[in-house]
Design a protein around this ligand. Structure first.
Ligand code: CDP
Ligand code: MG
Length: 723
């Protein structure tokens, strides 16, 4: 592919790195002690190591501190260890570190446990939705930001924590933004409790049970419910990779910001001469251009999601076969959020000697995880983002151009250990047109989930909540309305009991949480658990380009005339039966799993996604059982199950139009059936759907046929009022 001449470098060398790639590559041969020694040496050579004392001192002096430092400088792995050694975990207190992404929480915790020489889950652990690797002895706890929000439901003062580090704050995920607001309140409440200002009498008159009765807790709206208990002040650290510390500092009343000097070698930026139509193909060509023409060094390719990563993996493997044998030494490693945890650490492992590692990553590798050994970055300049239209109330995932800040972070990944190259798969003129920074997610997503959580935390006035950046009033009102229609809120927008409370306790999107509650009434909770688990993962089916027909035939064998939900359920159940049979016939768990892998390949099922769905299934089953919902099956009564789907997803009902498109009843939006649906050809009159995907058209996916007469019967709060 043709690139324009080399561009000026973005960064100059500050100091030379002491990390030695050769050292790392020989790593897996090393014995335990050599590895330990090398880890210690790597730690010492990180830019953050030289400022340990100063940082600990700053945290001691300031209740809130902003730390800005280049990616890879050691913030996430080192700072919690510095604070642990600095005595911040006295009296069993914990240092909590939040991450926007599951993979980062898991891989960093594993790394830090290893650096500390402790078993994961002991002093160092992690906790993410559906997976808890902590114990009573955990003192450094990595977790997702969403998980800490959930913890606040049970412990409004976050009393176990001495320090909370909000990491990757520049990402501005919706959870980070809400968390910042909450932590500000918790910090204030805790410092009031520890100072003598706490007026217990006054508290009593407000809310006697604010501490213990978390379901109706009013603590954040009152802010002084200490009830005589004293909490030590909460230390808050906001960490960010972007230089813009001012926004965070202003939000926290002029909090102090410190910068950690990073190390960055020059990176040559290359652009394509023309716009590329197919970014996967362009990335593929560039991988091989580098492999055949450039010197040693690993390649990092930024792709938009699991599906694209997995097709790219297949494309690279196929293309490599066409090369002469001596050029075969390429190893591909994927990394994305829903990758099973046992595969996540593979990305850090050096490739076998003589091999070139090609890492296929989502924007997770921008700043969240730092992978050693990268010299080349391929950046198509795209990212998948949530996009909410408050007018229609619909949220969709769309692929959009990255911001300039993201493009710079991505190219920076090539220059950590030496000079590198970044191949941007777009013309240079396009770069100038990119937005400077990414719009915070809270401004472009459906707010139902966070509003439900805030309500459960006792924050009733959502519009008045102290957000770092306020979402639009329209988006808030639309989401409140949505929650009301789902029955989570009462007429005066208070959390309803028991439905709203139950929904807030389930770690799921409100609409899915509601579907499980309804399913227990419809006697089809077993079916709905499978459905929700299967809808929570990326595509279950895959269709390799060269085996389209075989894949289509395989899919047909699972297809249900009732729709995609039942089709997905057939896959789940058939695979579970297969596994069960293997185990019954004496196969060990591992062997049975391996044959399931083969079964998946034969049936063109994505085994990673299926495994993820099975994990989610068992976790949410645990949740609903704990809540006391009855898990029963409707057996062959699929009508019952479809009625339950209609009652749950009535907001996404649509009617067929004469031209074969559909009109969404909620907002009259015209949508089309996605080619992956069983209804792509035979279109029923009335449907409900779960997902809107925007490409050239508005496509809907995961569809079930329903009877239009069910709608006013099952969702009178919506349809009776409309007619
Ligand atoms: O947070 P920040 O970007 O400043 O850096 P970090 O994540 O603490 O990473 C510090 C160093 O640890 C980098 O050199 C990483 O490559 C390394 N690391 C690793 O080798 N394996 C991990 N699982 C995590 C970090
Ligand atoms: Mg980090």
């Amino acid at each position: 592919m043709a690139y324009s001449e080399l561009r000026t470098t973005e960064n100059s060398i500050k100091t030379s790195t002491q990390l030695n790639k050769k050292n790392i590559q020989n790593g897996n041969k090393d014995d335990f002690f050599a590895r330990k020694q090398r880890l210690a040496q790597q730690r010492k050579s990180l830019p953050i190591a030289s400022v340990e004392k100063r940082l600990v001192e700053e945290v001691r002096k300031n209740d809130t501190l902003i730390i800005v430092g280049e990616t890879g400088s050691g913030k996430t792995t080192q700072l919690p260890q510095f604070l642990f050694n600095g005595g911040f975990c006295r009296e069993g207190k914990v240092i909590g570190v939040t991450q926007p992404r599951r993979v980062a929480a898991v891989t960093v915790a594993k790394r830090v446990a290893e650096e500390c020489g402790v078993e994961l889950g002991q002093r160092v652990g992690y906790s993410i939705r559906f997976e808890d690797m902590t114990s009573n002895s955990t003192r450094i706890k990595y977790m997702t930001d969403g998980l800490l929000l959930r913890e606040a439901l049970l412990d409004p003062f976050l009393s176990r924590y001495a320090v909370i580090i909000v990491d990757e704050a520049h990402e501005r995920t919706v959870h980070t933004d809400v968390l910042l607001g909450l932590l500000k309140n918790v910090q204030k409440a805790r410092s009031q409790s520890s100072s003598q200002q706490c007026n217990t009498e006054k508290n009593k008159s407000h809310n006697n049970s604010a501490m213990d009765d978390n379901e109706n807790s009013q603590c954040f709206s009152l802010l002084i419910p200490c009830q005589g208990r004293k909490y030590p002040p909460l230390k808050l650290i906001i960490m960010s990779a972007s230089l813009d510390a001012k926004g965070f500092s202003d939000y926290f009343g002029g909090a102090k910001a410190v910068h950690i000097q990073g190390r960055q070698h020059p990176v040559d930026i290359l652009y394509t001469l023309h716009a590329e139509r197919d970014f996967l193909e362009a990335a593929l060509i560039t991988v091989f251009q580098i492999h055949l023409e450039e010197g040693p060094g690993d390649i990092l390719v930024f792709l938009t999601g699991q599906e694209e990563i997995e097709s790219m993996e297949r494309l690279v493997k196929d293309r490599v076969q066409q090369l002469p044998e001596d050029k075969h030494k390429i190893q591909t490693v994927p990394i994305f959020s829903s990758l099973p945890s046992e595969q996540q650490m593979l990305v850090f492992r050096p490739a076998p000697s003589g091999f070139r590692k090609v890492i296929l990553a989502t924007n997770i590798a921008e700043t969240s995880v730092t992978i050693p050994g990268i010299k080349y970055v391929i950046d198509p300049g795209l990212v998948k983002a949530r996009c909410y239209n408050p007018r229609t109330g619909m949220e969709s995932l769309i692929t959009i151009p990255t911001s300039k800040a993201q493009a710079l972070q991505r190219s920076g990944r090539a220059g950590r250990e030496g000079p590198g190259k970044c191949f941007r798969l777009y013309p240079e003129s396009e770069f100038a047109k990119l937005a400077d920074s990414t719009v915070p997610e809270i401004k472009r997503c459906n707010l139902s989930n966070v509003i439900l959580q805030l309500k459960a935390l006792g924050v009733d006035d959502i519009i008045g909540f102290d957000f770092m950046e306020k979402p639009s009033r329209m988006a808030i009102v639309k989401s409140l309305e949505h929650l009301f229609l789902l029955g989570a809120l009462t007429d005066d927008y208070k959390l309803s009991n028991p439905v709203g409370n139950q929904m807030a306790r389930l770690p799921l999107d409100p609409i899915y949480a509601k579907s499980l509650i309804l399913a227990s009434e419809f006697n089809c909770l077993e079916e709905m658990l499978i459905t929700v688990a299967m809808l929570s993962v990326d595509s279950i089916f895959y269709t390799p380009r060269e085996k389209m027909k075989e894949a289509r035939d395989a899919k047909k064998s699972f297809a249900s005339q009732e729709g995609d939900h039942l089709t997905l359920m057939n896959v789940f159940r058939t695979s579970a039966e297969f596994l069960e049979k293997r185990k019954m016939s004496g196969s060990k768990d591992k062997t049975a799993e391996r044959s399931l892998g083969k079964w998946c390949r034969d049936n063109f099922i994505n085994s990673r996604s299926l495994k993820h769905a099975r994990d989610i299934h068992s976790q949410i089953r645990g949740h609903v059982e704990q809540m006391g919902l009855r898990v029963t099956s409707c057996g062959d009564e699929m009508l019952q199950f479809r009625r339950c789907l209609a009652a749950s997803f009535f907001l996404n009902a649509a009617l067929k139009q004469p031209d074969g498109s559909y009109r969404a009843l909620a907002n009259s939006q015209i949508v089309r059936i996605h080619p992956s649906s069983v209804f792509f050809r035979t279109k029923p009159e009335c449907i409900i759907f779960n997902e809107l995907v925007r490409t050239n058209d508005d496509f809907i996916r995961n569809i079930t046929r329903i009877d239009p007469l069910w709608l006013p019967e099952l969702a009178p709060q919506y349809f009776a009022a409309q007619s």
